[in-house]
Ligand binder design. Structure first.
Ligand code: CO
Length: 213
């Protein structure tokens, strides 16, 4: 049997195992979703959102793209954030990058990447913003790892720049935004311990969107 055909057998086995734990699992699942978390991560096949967090279907709203970029003119990610905050009322938004990220690696290479250029520009801009620190790291791999972390940090800041997040936080004291990095070599998540309140306070000097039009 091919790997493709096996998927439907895997699916039936998964259904059986979920029902074994909770006979009504799918009846409950079909009713509604009330996830507490929005996860924005990389599309990389080695970083599956639910599995690394030990969460079940229904627990986490997920958006993934190349190198976990949050660009203000990307209708896709902005729609996800708006829906998650305004309608699902998630309590936490997590931007999760990972070491050995091909997207971040590509952004470090001085070459024309064709259709990927405008996407990778977001990451090159992160490099420019932190050029002094990054250029001070002589070991290339360490510099690459640090850019992965700084990219998570800056994409988390981009989440905090949105009106929907600022207004919800003002009215409800949630969501808070977190930055994590997944280490493929150990399977462990590293919390970058971003200071959400401090970042919000600082960026609102310029990006305060809590007023009405
Ligand atoms: Co990646």
């Amino acid at each position: 049997m091919t790997r493709y055909n096996r998927i439907f057998d895997n699916n039936k086995q998964w259904v059986a195992s979920m029902k074994e734990k909770d006979a009504d699992f799918f009846e409950k699942l079909a009713k509604d979703q009330t996830p507490d978390f929005l996860y924005i991560g990389c599309s990389d096949s080695r970083v599956p959102a639910n599995e690394i967090m030990g969460l079940e279907p229904g627990d986490v709203f997920v958006h993934r793209n190349v190198a976990n970029v949050v660009a203000s003119i990307d209708l896709n990610v902005m729609s996800v954030i708006n829906y998650a905050v305004a309608h699902l009322k998630v309590k936490h938004i997590i931007v999760c990058g990972h070491y050995n990220c091909g997207g971040v690696r590509a952004a470090m290479l001085p070459r024309d990447m064709g259709i990927l250029n405008p996407w990778l520009r977001n990451i090159r801009d992160v490099y420019r913003l932190h050029q002094e620190e990054l250029d001070g790291i002589t070991d290339e791999h360490a510099r690459y790892n640090r850019l992965v972390e700084l990219n998570v940090q800056e994409q988390a800041v981009n989440v905090i720049k949105t009106a929907v997040v600022q207004k919800s936080y003002l009215n409800n004291q949630y969501p808070t935004v977190h930055g994590w990095v997944f280490d493929l070599k150990t399977g462990l998540l590293k919390d970058l311990n971003l200071d959400f309140a401090e970042i919000l306070k600082n960026i609102q000097k310029i990006y305060d969107l809590t007023g009405d039009a």
